[in-house]
Write a protein that binds this ligand. Sequence first.
Ligand SMILES: NC(=O)c1ccc[n+]([C@@H]2O[C@H](COP(=O)([O-])OP(=O)(O)OC[C@H]3O[C@@H](n4cnc5c(N)ncnc54)[C@H](OP(=O)(O)O)[C@@H]3O)[C@@H](O)[C@H]2O)c1
Length: 278
Amino acid sequence: MSNTRVLITGANTGIGFATAKVLVQGGADVILACRNPDKAAEAQAELQKLGGKGTVDVIPLDLNSLDSVKAAAELINKRYDSLDVLINNAGIFGDALRFTEDGYEQQFGVNYVGPFLLTQLLLPALKRAKAGRIVHLSSIMHWLGNIKPESFRMTSGSYRAVAAYGQSKLANLLFSHALARQLVGTSVTSNALHPGGVDSEIYRDLPKYQYAVMRHFLIPTRRPAELIAQMAVGVEWAGRNGEYVSAHMPNWQSSRAKDAALADQLYQQSLEMVKAYL
Ligand SMILES: NC(=O)c1ccc[n+]([C@@H]2O[C@H](COP(=O)([O-])OP(=O)(O)OC[C@H]3O[C@@H](n4cnc5c(N)ncnc54)[C@H](OP(=O)(O)O)[C@@H]3O)[C@@H](O)[C@H]2O)c1
């Protein structure tokens, strides 16, 4: 992994932090893109103590704001001439209707719109690497999702937080697939995964009794971290493009996730949504 530069969003805790650990131990240069500077500094210090051969850098990134995404991408592009791997990991599991700074339903905005823009802005740097790789954290919950443009900004309809999470994770998977098709013939690949039901901070807002039951079925963060690290830098993943895998449960995809026309339509819509930042 020496001389391999990997950017992980939301890398200060959970699956992102566990992935950073595996990569740092393997000797990669890791960039932690995080919204909370104190948590990011703590994670950086802990990772540096592992004594890896590579560097551990921090970039401020709040996916709740497209201005912040743009600023983060500018900083990365200024600091580094190329990027080997982008891991779109950061995400939220909301419990109520909230909005991003740009007026998107928050789970759709943070989990999908922000990472979509970040990926677009970092594609040139990934193309400058010898073989760039993009890894998207989707979820088995994409089965609960449908793409409903009227719900992107909640201009109509009633709100169900779980369905909104499902929509954001379906959007991640559709994005990975559409991007993979566009990247055929380039040196960059795009793949997605379901990390499993993982014992991380994502369930912090669940009622305590619900979490107490649920945690018996959850796997430790190390399990998906090892799979993500393989997808990011493993030789066995060289050249693989457009796949969806799972660290825990079956990697079945919903019919909507396999709908190429839907994926291309969402991709074009998304370009339109972020065009002021491109
Ligand atoms: N855990 C599971 O069972 C599970 C299952 C399927 C898919 N996933 C997916 O796996 C990914 C990682 O989740 P996790 O379980 O590791 O969750 P987690 O422990 O809650 O970690 C999420 C990370 O995302 C960051 N984040 C949240 N909002 C952000 C924002 N606006 N801007 C930048 N960073 C932000 C968090 O930062 P803070 O620490 O500052 O909050 C944290 O670093 C997510 O995409 C999630 O949807 C998880």
